[in-house]
Design a protein around this ligand. Structure first.
Ligand SMILES: [Zn+2]
Length: 264
């Protein structure tokens, strides 16, 4: 870690501390934790898989574990990992992450020696990243409404606007120009050694109290929140469908029960 990075990290930690003192919710940099919880519980509690003569559902125990892994993705040390939240135009990192986690979930419950607890943790943290895509990118502003999710998520790696393309050309808190045509997401970490700064021409995530303008749709006070939330619900379901329709999972009652933590 360079000295500059350390200083940036310290300033960032201070800004967060100020936010906490002023009553900022503990997850100001993602869909608020209760919203992640609501979305995740809603999707997982309703989700059913038909295998043979049985209709299978996630148990409450499994759902609680998945919810915790989703929530923990917003813990402070994880906030600086842009790929966990589709922050800072890290679409390659984010899309690679959810694709890799899908593979890991399937591998862990279909292995000769399965690791179902670890598979559920992977599923929980993947669901967080998927949900953040809709809260942190301009997918909504590009004209997509539910159920028009980004079907590349979980299936392929994709990128967004190039580094030299301004997406918030006039003001870091307002999309404009190519930001209304190309995929982009907000930066929230210190950049150019300026609090709330972003790379030139790029967009800001927006942090309550500290620098509130930005493009995030993390809570109901933000424009586009309702659309982002319903897209996140659809996308979380789609990811589950990808997992359970994989050739190693479909009809594999044992693996399905392991992941859903259904004891015989
Ligand atoms: Zn997040």
């Amino acid at each position: 870690m360079t000295q500059q990075k350390m200083i940036n990290g310290m300033i960032f930690a201070c800004l967060l501390s100020i936010g906490f003192l002023l009553g900022m919710p503990d997850s100001a940099l993602a869909f608020k934790v209760p919203i992640h919880e609501e979305i995740t519980r809603e999707v997982f509690a309703d989700f059913k898989v038909v295998a043979g003569s049985e209709t299978l559902k996630f148990t409450d125990y499994a759902i609680d574990q998945i919810l915790k892994a989703n929530k923990d993705t917003d813990d402070l040390p994880n906030q600086v990992n842009s790929e966990k939240h589709f922050d800072g135009e890290d679409f390659v990192g984010g899309s690679q992450r959810v694709k890799d986690l899908k593979e890991r979930v399937i591998s862990k419950v279909t292995a000769t020696e399965p690791y179902p607890t670890s598979a559920r943790n992977d599923l929980g943290t993947a669901s967080h990243t998927i949900q953040d895509f809709y809260a942190h990118s301009n997918w909504v502003e590009l004209g997509h409404s539910s159920p028009n999710i980004n079907t590349k998520i979980g299936r392929e790696i994709f990128s967004g606007a190039e580094k030299n393309i301004p997406t918030c050309p006039n003001d870091p808190g307002t999309l404009g120009g190519e930001g209304l045509r190309q995929l982009t997401s907000g930066y929230f970490i210190l950049s150019n050694n300026v609090a709330c700064g972003v790379p030139p021409g790029k967009c800001r995530h927006g942090v309550p109290v500290v620098c509130s303008t930005g493009i995030n749709k993390d809570d109901s006070s933000r424009q586009g929140f309702d659309t982002a939330r319903s897209l996140a619900v659809s996308a979380t379901k789609d990811y589950l469908n990808q997992i359970f329709s994989d050739s190693r999972m479909a009809g594999n009652v044992n693996a399905i029960k392991l992941l859903m933590r259904i004891n015989n």
